[in-house]
Each structure stands twice: as C-alpha cells, then as structure tokens.
Design a protein around this ligand. Structure first.
Ligand SMILES: NC(=O)c1ccc[n+]([C@@H]2O[C@H](COP(=O)([O-])OP(=O)(O)OC[C@H]3O[C@@H](n4cnc5c(N)ncnc54)[C@H](OP(=O)(O)O)[C@@H]3O)[C@@H](O)[C@H]2O)c1
Length: 248
C-alpha cells in the first residue's frame, strides 16, 4: 500500500491499536496526526517515525474536534482519512449503572467520533477521502456486565452504515473495523486490577477459535486496508477481525 502524500488523523494513537495504526500508516508514506491525552505516550508512538506528528487533546472537551482537524489541515493543507479509534470500555452491570457512567462511555465512543467526522467532512469531501470507525466484536454481540460499551459500539456501527449512504454521493467512504480481544491498555484503562486482567485475558484466549488474543498490528493492518484509496468500492461495511470469535 502506498499512501504517500495522504494525510491521516488517528485518535487514541498513544497506545494499543491506535499506536499500531499510526505507525502502519506512516510506513505507507502517509503523514499522520496522532491524537490522545498523554503527550508522552504520543511522543513514544512517533519516535522513529518522522511522518507522525502529535496533537495532545481530550476528545471529550469542547472544541476538541475542530482543534484536531485544524491541526492536521494547518500543518499539511489537506485531510484524507479520519480513524476514529479512541474509545474505552467500562465494567458497568445494570445494577451499578449511573447516568454519569453512561454519558462517559457515549461521550468518548459515540459523540467524539461524530463531532470529528463532522469537522473533517469538508476536507474529506475535497480529497474524496474516508472514515474508519473502530468498533468491537461486541458492537454486534451481547456483553453482559458492560452493556453500555457494547451499545456504544453498536451505535458506531449504525453511524457507519448511515454515514456511508449519506456521504456516498460526495465520494466519501465510511467503514468500520470490529476487533476482537486485542493486546492493549484497554482493560487496565477500564480500572480492572492486574490479576483480574490476566484472568480475563486467559478466559478470552480460550474462547477464541484461533486460540489467542490479537496483536495490535494484526488489527491496524486492516484499518489501513479499509482506508486505502485502492479500496475504492468499499463503503458501509463492518469488518470483524477477531480470530473467529464471532463464529462461536
Ligand atoms: N483491545 C481490545 O480488545 C479491543 C477490542 C475491540 C475494540 N477495541 C477498540 O479499539 C479502540 C482502541 O482501543 P485499544 O484496545 O487500543 O485500547 P487503549 O490502549 O486503551 O487505547 C485507547 C486510546 O484512546 C485514548 N483516549 C482515551 N480517552 C481519550 C480522550 N478522552 N481523548 C483522547 N484520547 C483518548 C487513550 O489515550 P490517552 O489515555 O492518552 O488519552 C488510548 O491511547 C477502542 O475504540 C476500543 O474500544 C479494543
């Protein structure tokens, strides 16, 4: 894949799937703006990859979406790809569900990608670019104990299909990637104690037909493929990459 001269925004680029995606885009020759709250984590992503610039920002803060898009277009004069990868899970059984908890999950997983897509749209229209939303295998499977995470990803998948139709006439493609359990900081970021994280990882690996959790690079490659202008006739699709978990 050759994305030389293309400009890509990757959110959540300071760790896990986002870090791998930012680096994978950089390897194709694209110029990449990596976004996240921790500047040191973003700098680590960019180390050794001159095509990656960083933009520390909290995507849930007012004005963040416009700031991200202006940072990319101000620096490089165009925007070809928006990867809405930043997201978080939250353990929240129904009995413990709060309005604040629901809002936090939806603000990051649904509202922020929507506002970024809106801010990016005029630029994507000019470049006939594309949006890749990072959902989850739990965007279309039930997830007891974290139902609002699953619901937020289901919302992102439905936004993907609706935007694909809405933007098709303007030549903008919109697709989603739905990873299965993948090595990253996500479980720790959800506040799980390390012993619980290890137990869950073992349990997940045992349920996955290919017998293991995914590596971020195995997911990131597909993010790049969906965004690649060569995938010119692909829009509105949700691609699940989960070692076969969906089949069980
Ligand atoms: N790993 C999995 O098993 C798995 C499976 C299915 C789907 N996914 C999805 O894949 C995506 C990437 O997750 P990951 O697994 O790579 O987890 P991760 O390592 O926790 O990455 C999430 C990234 O999002 C950033 N982020 C969180 N809140 C933010 C905010 N308010 N503003 C800006 N950036 C923010 C974090 O950086 P800062 O903390 O520095 O802001 C972090 O780098 C998520 O959408 C997740 O739901 C993951």
């Amino acid at each position: 894949m050759d994305l030389t001269g293309r400009v890509v925004v990757v959110t959540g680029a300071g760790s896990g799937i986002g870090r791998a995606a930012a680096r994978a885009f950089a390897v194709t020759g694209a110029r990449v703006l990596g976004v996240g709250r921790r500047e040191d984590a973003l700098d680590e992503t960019a180390a050794g990859f001159p095509g990656i610039a960083v933009h520390p920002a909290d995507l849930c803060a007012p004005g963040a979406a416009a700031g991200v898009v202006e940072a990319a277009t101000g620096r490089w004069g165009r925007l070809d790809v928006l990867v809405n990868n930043a997201g978080a899970t939250r353990v929240m059984p129904l009995a413990d569900t709060t309005g604040e908890g629901i809002s936090a999950v939806f603000d990051l997983n649904v509202v922020a990608p929507s506002l970024l897509a809106r801010a990016a749209l005029p630029h994507l229209g000019r470049t006939r670019g594309s949006i890749v939303n990072v959902s989850s295998t739990y965007g279309h499977r039930p997830l007891p104990g974290a139902a609002h995470y699953a619901a937020s990803k289901a919302a992102l998948e439905q936004l993907t299909r609706s935007w694909a139709l809405e933007l098709a006439a303007g030549g903008v493609r919109v697709n989603a990637l739905a990873p299965g359990p993948t090595e990253s900081e996500a479980l720790a970021a959800a506040g799980m104690p390390p012993a619980e994280v290890e137990r869950l990882k073992r349990e997940e690996a045992a349920r996955i037909p290919l017998g293991r959790r995914g590596e971020p690079g195995e997911v990131a490659d597909w993010v790049v493929r969906l965004a690649d202008p060569a995938a010119s006739w692909l829009t509105g699709q949700v691609l699940t990459v989960d070692g076969g978990l969906e089949l069980t």
